[in-house]
Design a protein around this ligand. Structure first.
Ligand code: HEC
Length: 165
């Protein structure tokens, strides 16, 4: 009889202990999950404006809508590249961040309208467009300048940007 009580006591102790271990494991799992969520939220919040993908924002400015033909117009590309070299390369370099961001892969991040508005009215964009405003902050207040491009020149630069992966 006595040993039966002893066994019963042992079993109960075992159950209590294993319950505690199980609870502790569950708690750790939840902690891990929370840490992961925290990390995801942090990385979303710390994506730089220059790396932010926003393919709905058309910006604020003279260009409301553009349709890009599927085929790239090589003559426009050549013209755009020439204008870019002349008026933009003081601050923008292909393939690396310089005074301004690198133009590579820009059309994967921005709408053609947003880019055109940035080229034609950078002051208005820096005042009114949320993405342009945060971009200006990222670049410590050094602004994208207005080079008084004609709409055709801006469109040619856009075509050139389409070729920069
Ligand atoms: C005096 C320097 C300077 C010149 C010249 C300049 N830019 Fe910029 N540009 C900047 C800076 C700095 C930024 C980022 C800060 C901002 O947008 O306010 C920028 C931003 C941009 C952006 C937005 C980039 C992005 O990642 O969203 C585009 C597009 C751009 N410039 C194109 C041009 C083109 C095309 C020209 C020539 C016609 C040009 N820039 C001339 C300094 C310059």
């Amino acid at each position: 009889m006595k040993s039966a009580i002893k066994y019963l006591f042992l079993i109960i102790t075992f159950l209590i202990v294993s319950c505690g271990v199980y609870e502790e494991e569950e708690k750790n799992k939840i902690k891990l999950k929370n840490k992961k969520t925290e990390k995801t939220i942090k990385s979303t919040l710390t994506t730089k404006p220059s790396e932010t993908i926003d393919l709905t924002n058309k910006g604020i400015g003279p260009i409301k809508s553009i349709t890009l033909p599927a085929e790239i117009n090589q003559q426009m590309v050549a013209e755009g590249e020439a204008v870019f070299k002349r008026l933009c390369s003081a601050c923008h370099r292909v393939g690396k961040k310089f005074i301004g961001p690198a133009p590579n892969g820009l059309l994967k991040k921005r709408t053609p309208e947003w880019i055109m508005n940035m080229l034609l009215d950078p002051e208005g964009m820096a005042k009114n467009d949320p993405l342009a405003i945060s971009l200006l902050k990222e670049y410590n207040g050094s602004p994208m300048v207005n080079q008084n491009l004609t709409e055709n020149q801006a469109r040619a630069i856009l075509e050139y940007f389409r070729t920069l992966e």
